[in-house]
Structure formats: structure tokens, C-alpha cells
Design a protein around this ligand. Structure first.
Ligand SMILES: C[S@@+](CC[C@H](N)C(=O)[O-])C[C@H]1O[C@@H](n2cnc3c(N)ncnc32)[C@H](O)[C@@H]1O
Length: 743
């Protein structure tokens, strides 16, 4: 059978990148099944997903081959002349590495060749990175943006969440894990990581008006300015690195450490190091696939554009601020900034705003890191006054510290990874519904004690029966009799790193099937006590749960032991997206997940229940109560009854929405560090196979007729057939109509 047109096109696009058919075929096959033959998704962004997948496959293969090489080298290593051998093997390794790298990556790294128009028409063999930085005009390659599946005219559902498959149980039970509501988009209340970072950033551009004579003797990397915001000092550091410059050298981009952060004592990376690192990152983070792309040239282009725009302004009669290139296109940020004041003094604040809006310069491509200052250097005619105040012509524009709100900052910086690089995988966000950005919070991959919670991970308190010191290698190997596993009733995980089928089924039925539930009652419930009401109410009961014990540092096994899953962190491709049906942000999986797969844990501040109640009067909370052992023989002291609050400090799980009864995730207590009954990790696992693009949900355990803290009521839109909110509303209606009839 002749290959269909889709297949042909895909092959052609990959061939254009120098990828052979035999490399394309297996990956395409996999992708087709993963995307359920959705060619639209595969073809999006010039077959970006396919190219990505091929690179990933090549990288995996390369790593494997490299590991094998290393292993072989280790085995055959001989003692004499070690230094020379090591040097030689380093060089060989580098060469081998180069050989193993995907061809496109190699090209990009060395600046050999490239295409002139992205994936469709590569033109290998054009500019080298080492060439003079004079490439302008139309031959710059397009930058492919991160993959955000968008709905389109033909397929309005593309990118929309796939409604989870039903997996119903009769009569929805009470669950003792509660989740409070989080105010959507209430970013001003929460502390933002970005705000924090912003506190250190000095972002500015200077358009100095110094004539040629006055610049004599000033090194080209030094910016002339006299702002009270001390950008001069920042750039005048001898450790400044010149990143790029315009063809004529009039415009430069310099990078230096801010002196206040002690940056001057750091190692100053070389241009080559920086370029390599950035190009790797561009490939990884932004999926810039065009072989012609080079960070160096991109920076040079910024300089050239800057010069072009400035020259235009110079030539125009009024030097309109519209022509000033801003490092921000966010109006609100500048409304509050010195920039606005500067223009206002000139009677041009609205023009400043226009200028901001018209700026196409994307700051995400500039190094806006918290310890580093970026400056642009431009020399033209005119003058600044001595105090650095902005004169009548082009002026210094500085966004001062702490003036930009978190939302502004995210808009400006285009931060697309909600984890801020704190997980081993990036988790992008996308909003195809409105212009909202994710709420502000500080991302932390692990829970951290807020203040009083008694959580100790001392080596002293890991008793022998809580670790497997006599194990070695992988505890899941058949010959091992691992204590961690035997402390409970056997291993929860399979060798593939997913939950054992039986274990999962039991967890699900224990949580959802009233006949299987075991509810424990406290003599004095910490929760009821914390309410500080005159009469302490009786305990409402806490669901007993199956728990997992993973191996940890006291154990003799290897880090890759199969009984270490949750502690390895998130590894699947997830995305935060804005739900189209009024549930705010949610999380979906970008790839198919098997049943029983670990997705993420619920990380947040570890609070005592007392702290939770104190906090409740001041802030919104989003707690998960760690009550799996409450009501068992071991009582809970005041500082031992704990919960996790992910509202202000948390991880991706704070975005996971609720679904009544048949959610596709289940939370399972996992002991990692020890078997402390008061603190454990709460890990989410899939209850069934998950499709790519399907939203992930868990049952918060909220009772919609229970208006008692911590369950702040929300109108449930989970859409489940067993929605407790819908049932509750209809039962209330029935009651009301019965009452009416009686009356
Ligand atoms: C932990 S947050 C989940 C993330 C949240 N959607 C957001 O935008 O940040 C919980 C809040 O999300 C909303 N939410 C979660 N599940 C919902 C559902 N099934 N129906 C309506 N709102 C829901 C409620 O406002 C709830 O208080």
C-alpha cells in the first residue's frame, strides 16, 4: 500500500532536517498511537512534536551507548599512566559524544550550516557562529515557540480536556481528606516567587547621549549612565561579559553580576560556555529546532534592531518615545515605574504606553536572572543631566526594584515553566480561554515545615526495622527480602515503577467503596479540639488507608531501586491549563499514562492543625489533612496532628481539580524518610489508563452539605455522574418541595 499523504509529508519535513526515514518511522508510529492518529497535533509547528520525539529517542540511545562505553572503559581500565589515559579518554569521550549527538544538535552547537526558513527549507552549510556577527535581514530562522495545543476552527476540541472516562462506584462515601478552596487568580494576596526575584533585578536600558569625545578611553563594555539606580556600577564591573554587539559596535549587550549579590567573586563563564549552555536550553525549553538558530546571532540581531529603531528615531523630527525599544511590553509595570514618570515629565506618558505595546522585543530571551543585570548600551547625541534624570530627548529608563507585580512579571518574562526549573521536568502552562496567568505562589517540589510541626528526619530516628540495610542493588529483585517492603504487606510497586494491580484496586475500593472502608475515631479529635469551641464535638471519623514504605538513605539498595518511586519526583509530561468550564486552572497529562502510574505528590507547607486554624482567619488555605492514622492507638499530640497547605507554597498538585467519586487519580500515603505515623507524603497515582491531553483529577473528599471548615464550598462542576454536589442540590430540592406540599 502506498504511504498516505500525511506520512509522506511527515517524512519530507524530517528529511528536510537531515533525519532519515528509518529514524522517522518507528518514532512516528509511536507518536501516531500516542496521539490517537491526530495528524493535526503531529503536524503542528512544522512537525515539532515528531522532531522532538526523534531527538529524544536519539538522546536516549546516545546515553545508553555512552553508558556502555563508560562501563567497558571502567572494566578494562589499567593502573599505569592513569593521568594520560584519563586525558585521552576525556578527549575520546568528547568525540564519541559528538558522534552520538543528533546531527541537528551538532550542527547547531558548532554553528555549521542551518536552514534559512525553519523546518520546511533547511539550508545546511550557511553561517557559522564564529563568523563575524554581521548577519541581518531576512535570513534569520523562525523561532518555534513552545508547544501549546490550541483549539482550531476545524477541531474546536483540540486542546480541550478529554472528559475522564467513568469508573463509577455506587454511593459515594465520606473521605477524610479535605481540600479547601483556593481563590482563583487572587495573586495579589499570595507571595510570588517572581516578585521575590524581581526584588533583585535591575532591568534597564540606557540611551546615553554622550558624544564621541566623552566616550574616549571608556572600554566598550562599560555603560555610561548616572542613574541613582546604580546600573553604572553593575555594568562597570570588570567581570562584565560582552554578549553581543551591533555591526558597527554602537550597541552592545553586556552581562554582569550585580555587586550586591557578591557576584564579583564568582567564576565568569566564557562566551563559549554560555553560548553552549543557552543553545542546549533553547533546544530543551523552547524547542528551537532550526539548525540555523544561534544564540549569538540572536543577540546580535537585538543590537541591530535596537540600532535601527534608534536611528529611525534620530532621523525623525521629534524623537518620539514610540520608537524607544522597551524591555517590557507590559503597560501596568511601567505605569508604576520611573519610566512613566520620565515620560510624564515630558508630557508623553501615553506615548510611553504605546511604545510599550508596540515593542516586539521578547524579554524571555534576555538573561533576566535575579543576580544579573542586563544593560543596553547606545551612544548618540544629546545629554543626560548629572543626576541621571531624564532629559528632553531619549532618557534612561529603569524599572526600579519591587515595582512590578507578580502578574506583570510573569507577563513580561513569559515564564512558561510553572516549576521555575525546580522539578526535573518542566511543566508549562497554557491558557486558551482568556488572558489570565496562573496565580502567584512559590513553587516547591517538597513539603517544608512552616513552624511548629514536629517532623524530624534524623538518622537517629530511622530504626533498623524502618530500612533495609542488608539489601543491595534493587530491592525488587526476586532474591531480596527487603525490610521496607516486609514492614508492610509486600511491595507496592512493580518493576515497571507502577503500582501493583491488587494494591491499587484495594486502595481505590478502600477510599470509595463504603463496604470496604475502615473509619477510625479519635478519643479526642485534634481537629475538633482546634476549633476551640466551648464544647469539643466528637470525632467525625478518619479513613484508614493502605500506605507505602519506600527505601531511603538508611537502606543498602541503590538510588534506582524499584522501591523508590515517589522520591524520584515527577517524570511525566504535564501541563497546567485553564479549564473552559469555570473550574479555573487544572492539570492535564500531555502523554498517555498507564494505570497505577505515579504522577506527583501533594507538596505544601507542613502545618499543625492549630496553625491551620490560626491561618484560616487570615488567608485562604488549601489543606490536605494527614489523618491516615488518626483514631488508631497512637494518639496525636498538639504538634503532631498535621496537614499540608499548598496555597502559598506548593507544587503542581495545587492546580489539580476535584472530581466526585470517579477521579482518575487517587492519593496514597507514602512513607519515605521513616515510618512516623504523623507525617507522610501524599502521592497521586492514576486509577486507570490516562489518555494524552486528559485532565487529571482527584476526589478532595469534600461533602457539599458540610459547610464546616476546612471545606470552603464551591459549586462543583466535575461533571461526574456521581457528583455529590448535584445529588445534594437535588435532595435539598426534594426536601423543599415536600415541605411545601405539607404546608
Ligand atoms: C486546589 S484548587 C485547584 C486549582 C484551581 N482550579 C485554580 O485555578 O487554582 C481548588 C479550587 O479549584 C476549584 N475547583 C476545583 N475543582 C472544581 C470542580 N470540580 N468544580 C468547580 N470548581 C472546582 C475550586 O474553586 C476550588 O476551590
Amino acid at each position: 500500500m502506498a504511504p498516505n499523504a500525511h506520512v509522506k509529508k511527515a517524512f519530507r519535513a524530517m528529511n528536510a532536517l537531515g533525519i532519515e526515514d528509518k529514524q522517522v518511522k518507528p518514532v512516528l508510529k509511536e507518536l501516531l498511537s500516542l496521539y490517537d492518529k491526530n495528524w493535526e497535533l503531529i503536524a503542528e509547528d512544522n512537525y515539532r512534536a515528531l522532531a522532538d520525539a526523534i531527538f529524544d529517542a536519539q538522546e536516549t540511545q546516545a546515553t545508553q551507548e555512552r553508558n556502555e562505553l563508560e562501563k567497558k572503559a571502567e572494566c578494562s581500565g589499567s593502573e599505569p599512566d592513569r593521568g594520560k589515559k584519563a586525558r585521552e579518554s576525556d578527549e575520546e569521550d568528547e568525540d564519541a559524544l559528538d558522534e552520538l549527538e543528533p546531527p541537528l544538535k551538532r550542527l547547531r552547537r558548532r554553528g555549521e550550516g542551518g536552514s534559512s526558513s525553519g523546518l520546511n527549507s533547511p539550508d545546511l552549510g550557511s553561517h557559522s557562529l564564529d563568523e563575524p556577527t554581521t548577519i541581518h535581514g531576512g535570513d534569520t530562522a523562525p523561532i518555534l515557540l513552545p508547544f501549546h495545543p490550541l483549539s482550531n476552527e476545524n477541531d474546536p476540541n483540540a486542546g480541550a480536556p478529554i472528559v475522564p472516562k467513568d469508573e463509577r462506584f455506587a454511593d459515594m462515601p465520606f473521605s477524610s481528606t479535605h481540600q479547601d478552596s483556593v481563590e482563583i487568580g487572587n495573586s495579589s494576596a499570595a507571595i510570588s516567587e517572581m516578585e521575590n526575584t524581581n526584588g533583585h533585578v535591575e532591568v534597564g536600558e540606557t540611551v546615553n547621549t554622550v558624544d564621541g569625545a566623552s566616550t574616549n578611553g571608556v572600554p566598550p563594555t562599560i555603560t555610561e549612565r548616572s542613574s541613582e539606580h546604580k546600573l553604572v556600577a553593575t555594568v562597570a564591573e570588570s567581570s562584565a561579559l560582552e554578549l553581543a554587539s551591533s555591526h558597527t559596535g554602537e550597541v552592545k549587550i553586556n552581562l554582569s553580576f550585580a555587586p550586591a549579590t557578591g557576584g564579583s567573586s564568582r567564576h565568569l563563564p566564557s562566551m563559549e560556555e554560555l553560548r553552549r549552555a543557552m543553545e542546549e536550553r533553547c533546544l530543551r525549553s523552547y524547542k528551537i529546532l532550526d539548525p540555523n538558530f544561534s544564540v549569538g546571532r540572536f543577540m546580535d540581531d537585538i543590537c541591530s534592531c535596537y540600532l535601527e529603531l534608534a536611528t529611525k528615531a534620530e532621523n525623525s523630527a521629534n524623537q518620539s518615545p514610540e520608537n524607544l525599544p522597551f524591555l517590557t511590553k507590559n503597560v501596568d509595570a511601567l505605569k508604576k515605574s520611573v519610566a512613566t514618570m520620565a515620560f510624564a515629565s515630558n508630557g508623553s506618558s501615553d506615548l510611553a504606553t504605546k511604545a510599550i505595546n508596540s515593542s516586539n522585543l521578547s524579554p524571555e530571551n534576555l538573561p533576566f536572572v535575579n543576580e544579573t543585570a542586563v544593560t543596553m548600551d547606545f551612544t548618540s547625541e544629546g545629554s543626560n543631566d548629572e543626576n541621571g534624570e531624564v532629559g528632553d530627548t531619549m532618557g534612561l529608563v529603569v524599572v526600579p526594584e519591587c515595582q512590578i507585580s507578580a502578574d506583570d512579571w510573569r507577563l513580561i518574562s513569559g515564564v512558561s515553566d510553572v516549576t521555575l526549573g525546580r522539578e526535573t521536568v518542566e511543566i508549562p502552562w497554557v491558557n486558551e480561554v482568556n488572558s489570565k496567568v496562573p496565580p502567584a505562589f512559590r513553587y516547591m517540589p517538597q513539603s517544608v515545615v512552616y513552624r511548629d510541626a514536629e517532623v524530624k528526619f534524623t538518622l537517629m530516628n530511622i530504626s533498623d526495622d524502618q530500612c533495609c540495610s542488608s539489601c543491595c542493588g534493587d530491592c525488587l529483585a526476586p532474591s531480596m527480602s527487603c525490610r521496607c517492603a516486609t514492614a508492610l504487606s509486600g511491595f507496592a510497586y512493580t518493576v515497571d515503577g507502577i503500582l501493583q494491580k491488587d494494591f491499587l484496586e484495594e486502595c481505590v475500593s478502600e477510599a470509595r467503596d463504603p463496604k470496604k472502608q475502615v473509619v477510625q475515631f479519635c478519643k479526642e479529635c485534634p481537629f475538633e479540639k482546634a476549633k476551640t469551641e466551648e464544647v469539643v464535638e466528637p470525632c467525625k471519623g478518619h479513613l484508614k488507608r493502605k500506605v507505602i514504605k519506600e527505601c531511603w538513605i538508611g537502606c543498602g539498595c541503590v538510588g534506582r531501586c524499584g522501591n523508590r518511586v515517589v522520591q524520584q519526583g515527577i517524570h511525566n509530561k504535564l501541563q497546567v491549563f485553564y479549564t473552559p468550564d469555570g473550574r479555573g486552572w487544572g492539570v492535564r497529562s500531555l502523554e498517555k499514562l498507564p494505570k497505577g502510574a505515579f504522577v506527583c505528590e501533594f507538596a505544601g507547607e507542613i502545618l499543625t492543625i492549630t496553625e491551620l486554624f490560626q491561618r484560616r482567619s487570615e488567608k485562604q488555605t488549601s489543606p490536605v489533612i494527614l489523618d491516615a492514622y488518626w483514631g488508631s492507638e497512637q494518639g496525636s499530640g498538639v504538634n503532631e496532628a498535621l496537614c499540608l497547605d499548598g496555597t502559598q507554597y506548593g507544587n503542581i498538585s495545587r492546580f489539580i481539580n476535584h472530581r466526585c467519586g470517579d477521579a482518575n487519580l487517587i492519593e496514597i500515603p507514602v512513607h519515605v524518610e521513616n515510618m512516623d505515623l504523623h507525617y507522610y507524603h501524599v502521592a497521586f497515582f492514576t486509577t486507570r489508563e490516562i489518555d494524552a491531553m486528559e485532565e487529571l483529577t482527584w476526589d478532595y473528599g469534600v461533602e457539599f452539605n458540610d459547610h464546616v471548615f476546612p471545606t470552603l464550598p464551591f459549586h462543583c462542576r466535575c461533571g461526574s455522574d456521581s457528583c455529590r454536589n448535584v445529588m445534594q442540590i437535588s435532595s435539598e430540592k426534594t426536601k423543599k418541595s415536600k415541605k411545601k406540599k405539607k404546608a
